[in-house]
Structures are given as C-alpha cells and as structure tokens.
Design a protein around this ligand. Sequence first.
Ligand SMILES: Cc1cc2nc3c(=O)[nH]c(=O)nc-3n(C[C@H](O)[C@H](O)[C@H](O)COP(=O)(O)OP(=O)(O)OC[C@H]3O[C@@H](n4cnc5c(N)ncnc54)[C@H](O)[C@@H]3O)c2cc1C
Length: 382
Amino acid sequence: MTHILVLGAGYTGVAAALRAARGTRRTGGRVTLVNASPRFTQRLRLHQTAAGQRPAEHLLADVVAGSGVELVLGRVAALDPAAREVRLDDGRVLGYDKLVYALGAVTDASVPGVAEHAYVYDRHDQAVRLAERLGSLTGGTVVVAGGGLTGVESATEIAESHPRLHVVLLSRGRPGAMMGPAARTYLDQALERLGVEVRAGVQVMKVLPGGIELAGGEHLDAAATLWTAGTRGLPLAAASGLSVDTRGRIVVDATLRSVSHPDVYAVGDAAAVSQPFGVLHGTCQGGIPMGLHAGDVLADELRGRTPRPFRFGYFHQPLSLGRRDAVIQFTRPDDSPRRWYLTGRLAVAYKEAVSSSPFPTFRMLKRGLVPVRAFALTAGLG
Ligand SMILES: Cc1cc2nc3c(=O)[nH]c(=O)nc-3n(C[C@H](O)[C@H](O)[C@H](O)COP(=O)(O)OP(=O)(O)OC[C@H]3O[C@@H](n4cnc5c(N)ncnc54)[C@H](O)[C@@H]3O)c2cc1C
C-alpha cells in the first residue's frame, strides 16, 4: 500500500484526492484527506457570505462519500518531510509515503493593523463575522482594500446588499486593471451605479480600529475594513524546510513536485507553478487542473510510468458585480485580455455556472468520468 496524504480539502485538495483515489485503487494506493473544518469552504462565494447571503453548505464527508478517500478532520500544525510525518494541532501524527500539499493561502498581513483590525477571507467564519458586523450597522463607511477581482466583487456585493452603507474601494492601480478597456469601462459604470466610491492610486499605511491611514497621512473613518490586497502561503511550508518563493508558496517542478522534497507535491494557491508565460496566480481555474494533474502523476508513479508535465492556459476572468450584474473577460492563455467579453444577464449566468461547477466535477470524478486533463485543455494548451 502506498499512503497518499492530501493536506487541505479546498477545491484543489478535493480534486487531487478524488483523482488519486480513482487512479491508484488498482495499484495499491490509499488516500487520506485532512482538513481543518468539516464543511467545504466555498471560497468562490465568500464575498456573498460577507454580504449576508447564505450560499448552500456542503459537508466534506458528503463530498468524498463513496470515493474510498478517508477524511481526517484536524488542523495541520507542522510537517516533517524527512520523517514523512505531519503533526496536527491536537498532537496526532500522520505518516505518509506521498504528500499533496493543498492548504491554500492566507492574507498577506504585512501592513500594520491588518491582522488586528481588518476583516479577511482566510476562513469561512471570518466572512460570517464581517456579515454580522455589516448587518449591525445602520450607516457609516465600509472600506474594501484591494482593487483586484476579489476586492471589486466584495465592494459591489456589499454595496448592493447594504445600500445604507457607504462603500469605499481602495486600489493602488485602477480596479480590474487586468481586464480589457471595454470590460473595465463596464466595471467602472457598475461601481458608479452601485454608489461605490473608488479611490485609485492610494496606498494604505495602517489599519486602525476605526479606520485606515493612507500614505501622506490622510485618515479615513471606517466602521469595517475588508482586506483583499494580497495573499501568501502558510508559514508552515517554509518552517518545514520546503523550498518556497518570496510569497511563501511551495516551488514545484513541471510535474508539481516540490523542487526540494521529491515526496511532496503542491497544488492550488499554496504552489508556485511556472508556465512559459510566468508563475500562475491563485485561481480555481488553474487550481483544479493542478489537483487533477497531481492525482494523475501519483497514479503514473505507482504504475511505473513517466508523469507528463503540467500545462495550463487561462481562459477567462469571471467577475460578479452584485447578484444582478457581472462581466466576464475572456483571455489569452497568459491571462492577457482578448477582445471578447460578456456582460449583464448572460454574464451573471456564466459566473454562476463557474461558481457551481466544482460540485458536479467532484461527482463525476468519483465515477471516473472527468476525462484526462479535461480542465487543462483550455486555450488549446493541453
Ligand atoms: C471572494 C473570492 C472570489 C473568488 N472568485 C474566483 C473565481 O471566480 N474564479 C477562480 O478561478 N478563482 C476565484 N477565487 C480564488 C479561488 O477561490 C482560490 O484560488 C481557490 O480557492 C484555491 O483553492 P485551494 O484548494 O488552493 O485553497 P482553498 O480553497 O483555500 O482550500 C484550502 C483548504 O485548506 C484548509 N486548511 C487551511 N489551513 C489548514 C490547516 N492548517 N490544517 C488543515 N486544513 C487547513 C482550508 O480549510 C481549506 O479547506 C476567488 C477567491 C475569493 C476569496
């Protein structure tokens, strides 16, 4: 028996575990999946949770039921790659032959005050806490820091659900800067329609209990501050001696194997994965194919086959603008914008299909129905 231990049951860890279980069951694989909480965290919908909506809950036990994957609930506290052991925070120790590290990322809290005073999306309960705070306010300002897709989705969702609150979106560059000019103009109009005040070209120096301080000394009062401006890998990867990049993500080779520890694979937001156009940034779009690929690599290894390199190209940037509007920017494989984009109802339906798609994918994976590299075939790169 080869014991495959998958750490983290988010989108990518579940994909890896289900794929590995299916691919190795005839060659003596045993798969254990470890996660801190019993629920599946729908990270793609945390901005909806923060705005006070209640997206459907999925228990991990149901997600993996019937797959042969053993689920262990516990928080990973430390790794010892030399001893091939993982320690949980309650003292349990789990051994492995092969490890898939899929613990995601956490907020980069290097700006003073973020850890103490800002709301973040690291865990589901933190989005719930923000929802409670927003629900308790009768007025005032909510600051959303970060003009990337998560910041824009959060600002629009909060503004639509809480029209009595004044939402300010702070961004170093222009919000949605990665999109093409037409999609960006649409996004700007949506922000204006929802009453979101955009402050572009600003830098936050400090988050305070009741506001924030900008470079130059300007102070903004805020009844709540949501921080979406950057993530990092968990410190435990570097602490265990694994090679990590400047953002704490595990550096892997073309088969998603750690460059420093050959029994360790890393996928999703936790991994620094290079493609010819650069290092991938954290998305489900790229993360689920990585999870599937890691499962296939492990199956190949057990069969004595040479694993294939991971190849991926981006396809789209799907962006919700509240529940009634959205904009989808189609992209080249390197994530640069193409001319095509969708808006309005069609875009809302598209975005909803994207956000719901992991669950049918997991069901198909349990039945062995997801074709090899199905998700990596985007943009003709597969
Ligand atoms: C609001 C929002 C909207 C987004 N929208 C999109 C989108 O439209 N399209 C897209 O492609 N991407 C989107 N993303 C990004 C996407 O959600 C992430 O890239 C994706 O979740 C990464 O998957 P993952 O499996 O690597 O990490 P995660 O989904 O974060 O899963 C990590 C898992 O590890 C568990 N864990 C963490 N630490 C420990 C520990 N110490 N011990 C045990 N378990 C632990 C967590 O509980 C979690 O289950 C969005 C992100 C946000 C926040």
